[in-house]
Unconditional design. Sequence first.
Lengths: 229, 405
Amino acid sequence: MAEPLVRLRGVDKAYVDHVVTPVLHGIDLTVLPGEFIALTGPSGSGKSTLLNLIGLLDRPTAGEVYLEGRATSALNDAELTRLRARRLGFVFQFHHLLPAFTAVENVELPMLADRGRRDPELRARAARLLESIGLGDRMPYLAPDLSGGQQPRVAIARAHAGDPPQVLADEPTGNLDTESGRQVLELVRRINRERHTAFIIVTHDERIAHQCDRIVHLVDGRIVGDDAP
Amino acid sequence: MNFELIVALRYLREGRGQTALILTGIAVGVGVIVFLSALINGLQTSLIDRTLGSQAHVVVRPPEELPRVLTAEPGTLHGVIVQRPPQRVRSIKQWQQAREDIARFPGVVAVAPTVIGPAMASRGPGSSAVAVRGIDPEQYQRIVALREKLVAGSLDLTGFRALIGIDLADDLGVRVGDRVRLQAGLERTAVYTVAGIFDFGNRDLNQRWVFVSLRAAQALFALDGGVSTLEVRGTRIFDAEALAQRITERTGLVADSWMAVNAQLLVGLRSQSSSSYMIQTFVILAVALGIASVLAVSVVQKSREIGILRATGAPRGRVMRIFLIQGGLLGLAGSALGILLGIVLALLFASLAKNPDGSATFPVELTAALFLRAAATAVGVGILAGLFPARRAARMDPAAVIRGG
Ligand SMILES: Nc1ncnc2c1ncn2[C@@H]1O[C@H](COP(=O)(O)OP(=O)(O)O)[C@@H](O)[C@H]1O
Ligand SMILES: [Mg+2]
């Protein structure tokens, strides 16, 4: 068996502000290279929280998150940031492109943030990526000038730009019409097949879930189902 | 170009309206500072120039004569009235030696011997109390630029020739070539030909000062080769007081700096400077608060974008620098505009504030050093003002973004 990309062992998560809100309980989960996983569950069941933990954006209250075999609880912010930049891709719920930047700049920016300096190679890579998903002519458009169907595809290109072994997507089709949603899933699937990139997709949409290879179902912070559809 | 500079520039461009507004604010602030500094520096320089136009930096004279008390036999009690000895012009002991010593002090540019004493100047029935100053014109020129003050005649004081002020010439009704009588004490008197007429731009000096040759003054005050004073010029005018103290310590002579003589003026200059500093401080504070609040608002507006940058791999330090750089850039651009504004204001003021005869009342001092200081201050203040918002940005929780916050 290949080395897992992510392994969660006995992970609990509780939010602590004025009150303690326990959210996740005893999560064990393993993600292998190239997997195409749907993460489903009712609203408030802890899907986003779980994705944050896998994405090293938050730390568990108990248990351990291993990224490519490496325990992450002892890493500092700079090390976690570097891992996010190089080993993980993110697609956010409302796509969240940066409005002051063009399509190609949005794709380039995370690589630039990690590298620190402008590099024609990074720009060329971002351009090639947009070309390959049929958005070559949209490169110089500012993000807000892209259509509702184009924005999530640019966001997926951004997540994929550094060629990370896995991409985490939180309801990437949540607010899209059926056609755009279909296009997004198609694109994601294509990247998964061509680059062997693993995807974990949080979704409410039964149809989308059923196109995945594996469905992880969460209820009240517990994994209650983990199967092929 | 690096990441943080790219993002900073883009954010400034994106918030055009805000950027233009705060740039205007910074420009006005820097403009006020530049204008005020140019004005006050110019004013102070001209006041000091005027004061030092007729004065040495340091004037050295013999120690005070102590009044002597003669007591009778020991054991008897006396009521004693102490009187200062009668004023007379006294010579500095071994003045040539003292002069050489002082000339070797670090920071001394020139030393000129002078004889200064009171006399009556008269012509026909008119007479006036004057202060005679015996000088060697060549040496004295290095202390006070007498040649530039001449309005008629020449500096040639050989023989019995004198320079008098323009107002004394008026009072006595004399012109170059006329004769005046100088009388010091009851028996010493001599007639002098007016060699030249000077104007110090000061009525009192123009009425009272009469320059004659060193030798003539020595004769007039019976000094017999002695001099009453040594006048000293230093390299830096504000070191004069320290120089005077060193001279006193090392030679035992009395040395008065122009700063001690014009203590009142200095107090005035100092309070002027400190009120100007206070105004500048408040202006800087206002500019800093303006920049800080614009950036703080920007951080709040962009919290989601900052979260995305952090989540997708921008390190804390880079995110922080995005906002520090914005502060610095605002300061830089704002100060460039502000310096232009300050120059315009200063030149406008200079063209309005004129003497009745149309000459400038005083020059405004627009120097590269002033501009550099203003720009450096603005950039520094911009970066400092960005510090708080920048730290806030760097601490933003990227997890909130994924939760769809
Ligand atoms: N920062 C937070 N502080 C406190 N409670 C939170 C926070 N974020 C999420 N929660 C709570 O955690 C639970 C799970 O949230 P979330 O992971 O967003 O669920 P889902 O994505 O499945 O809808 C919810 O009850 C939510 O109110
Ligand atoms: Mg959610």
